[in-house]
Ligand binder design. Sequence first.
Ligand code: SF4
Ligand code: SF4
Ligand code: SF4
Length: 320
Amino acid sequence: MTQHTQELRKLIAQELPNLDVVLAWTHGHNSLTSTPLFITTQEDLEKLDSGPMHVQNLAAYLPSLKGRKVGIVTRGCDSRTIIELLQEKLIERKNITIFGISCSGAVNIRAVRRAVNGESVRSVQADGDSITVTTNHGTHTLRMQDVLMDKCYTCTNQTPIIHDHMVIAQTADHVPGDAPQTTLDALDSMEPGERFAFWEEHMDRCIRCYACRNACPLCVCKDSCVAQSRDPHWLDQSDTPREKLMFQAIHALHSAGRCTECGECERACPMGIPVLAMKQALNRRIKHLFDYQAGMDAQSTPPLFMFRQQEENIKERDAR
Ligand code: SF4
Ligand code: SF4
Ligand code: SF4
């Protein structure tokens, strides 16, 4: 157990009697995976673990726990989700205790599996700049820089923006070299026709499981989601890229200016479809039009939550 994790356990143990539950991580079914941990007792606390293999954005559970006293282990990117949920009044600050951790990046499990050629993983050891993966066929040492989640290469908030307690275990300079090309970079270099073909090809693989929606902390329509609604009837059940792309387009528009680019939608997709890029492209547009980034300031109002007679960067009157 790292000193980081020990310190985190100590802090949570002190606060636990005042809380209904603390959201944290533990090991998954093997050492390449992690799973959310709901801590209510000291015995639960002993299962807590943290580090680059623990990837879920735990803030996704907060809206369903509204009204209860909840503690949450939070990295920089997750703190942006918490701020966005506060801005939208989906949670109450007085009920949330934030255990902040400085972060040196989260591992992209798919990238690790690719790097070890799909061999069956026995154990994983993350150690600063590298990660050692033992498989049935031998040992692979991978550079951390090559197997991070896309969002980590452009992360500017490795330390949580808000927190009540803070564990500082590393200085967190996680990308010592050049970041690889992201999907958004690749899309930028395509002509519109190529871009459409890209999405058609990916959407053809979509199995309409809606894991992307279910994992999204800001997907809050619940039973009224357009994917289920028959009135209005936005989507039909046909297994075509067009219908599937329609759902993704709606999700992206619903999260425009709200999406903190936590990447949970993409991480959860069992088909490896790079759905995050769609949201990033819209966020870029929001930044250009409103000079706004989601989840940075709990006191501000998201741009699509308010109305102004004339926006500085939207000249609709000139277009008439
Ligand atoms: S985006 Fe930043 S805070 Fe989030 S996991 Fe990556 S490096 Fe850590
Ligand atoms: S749309 Fe994706 S990246 Fe954006 S908040 Fe939801 S899960 Fe996170
Ligand atoms: S998680 Fe992936 S496969 Fe499932 S609906 Fe979303 S894009 Fe389609």
